[in-house]
Design a binder for this molecule. Structure first.
Ligand SMILES: [Zn+2]
Length: 364
């Protein structure tokens, strides 16, 4: 397996401690094991069912809390039949657990004793839990504006919480400074292993019913890229004829991917980091912007933005049908009105994070 820099194209042997290229560019992992339907582990209901397709040493003991195997719930939304992939039912309440389990397994196998991460909450909570499980010390840098409930969750797992004032990018700067002086950066944004955890969502969907379209929230686009990678692996294995149409949804006040999409551009210009209730997608500079645009384009999908009022209305409407997710997850549902003409066949919406750790619903 090799690491390829997506900016300067430099190649290097795979090393789980390398989270980015010397030029600062993001890395992609090439040469991961192929998906093989004959090697799916029967009887395992977690994502480790697909271990054969994960780029991990054979001897690595999984760092697991039982992630994956999330329910697919049928629901009708304004007459549109949906299947909801309930990722908020992962061990720490978000889809991030898939990436964390795979990354922490690799880092633990490499003998890492301490990790750092920056996060608006879900990724930090996930890292803190899996670090605890692996017996590895964790420090999580969070924007001071992140949900207090999420910060408390990170601390509850025994991790150190470093609250950084200012926009989210300040927390990212602080963690990079820590990584510069030798900390192992278990980054949900940079680390190329994260996508390989996310791709197991595609495998699970295929196991039940391959969708024609998948709608997800998009900040950096990690989930969307993981899905693209997973479906491409399924296509290469002959399990599906084509990758489903992938739709990424952003918050209107902070939508750099949507702006690039509207321009028909192949690269993303940074935008001002506007406040939004969807704090998980409050990303002004998506690290893998060109890759997200390419993945969406190749799948025949689209990128759209929604206003906070629509997001909150969608969150409330879903809760009234028994499913309580955070606003960041609800952006995907809020976009369905805009996408109605482009959906068809089986549509899956990925519900990424639990409502239990976001601010209470008002006026519900
Ligand atoms: Zn590079």
């Amino acid at each position: 397996m090799q690491l390829h820099c997506l900016r300067c194209r430099q190649r290097s042997p795979f090393d789980p401690l390398r989270f980015r290229c010397d030029c600062g560019g993001p890395l992609a992992l090439r040469g991961a094991p192929a998906f093989d339907p004959g090697r799916v582990t029967p009887g395992d209901v977690t994502l480790w069912r697909y271990r054969h397709a994960l780029p991990l040493p054979e001897s690595a003991a999984p760092v697991t809390l039982g992630e994956g195997g999330t329910p697919l719930v049928e629901l009708t939304w304004d007459g549109l039949p949906l299947r909801l992939k309930c990722e908020f039912l992962n061990p720490t309440g978000s889809f991030k657990d898939r990436g964390t389990a795979v990354l922490m397994t690799a880092l633990a196998a490499a003998g890492v004793g301490a990790v750092v991460e920056d996060s608006s909450g879900n990724a930090g909570a996930s890292l803190a839990a899996y670090a605890a499980r692996a017996g590895i010390r964790a420090t999580v840098y969070v924007p001071a504006h992140a949900s207090p409930v999420k910060q408390a969750q990170i601390a509850a797992y025994g991790a150190s919480v470093a609250a950084v004032p200012g926009p989210r990018i300040e927390a990212a700067r602080a963690v990079l400074a820590a990584a510069e002086v030798g900390a192992a950066y278990a980054s949900h944004v940079y680390h190329p292993l994260i996508h390989h955890g996310m791709k197991t969502i595609a495998f699970e969907l295929w196991d039940v019913c391959t969708p024609d379209a998948v709608v997800v929230p998009a900040g950096h686009g990690t989930l969307l890229l993981g899905l693209a990678e997973g479906f491409e692996a399924l296509r290469a294995a002959g399990c599906i004829a084509q990758v489903p149409r992938l739709f990424g949804v952003q918050a209107a006040s902070c939508a750099p991917l949507v702006a690039a999409w509207a321009r028909g551009a192949g690269t993303v210009e940074p935008v001002e980091e506007g406040a939004t209730v969807a704090e998980g997608v409050r990303i002004a500079v998506p690290l893998r912007g060109p890759e997200v645009l390419a993945a969406v384009r190749e799948s025949g999908g689209a990128l759209v933005a929604v206003a906070d009022e629509a997001t909150l209305a969608a969150q409330r409407k879903l809760a009234h049908q028994g499913l309580y997710v955070e606003p960041t997850s609800a952006v995907a549902l809020a976009a369905l009105d805009h996408l109605r003409d482009r959906l068809g066949g089986t549509t899956v919406v990925v519900l990424t994070g639990s409502g239990f750790k976001s601010a209470a619903l008002h006026g519900a």
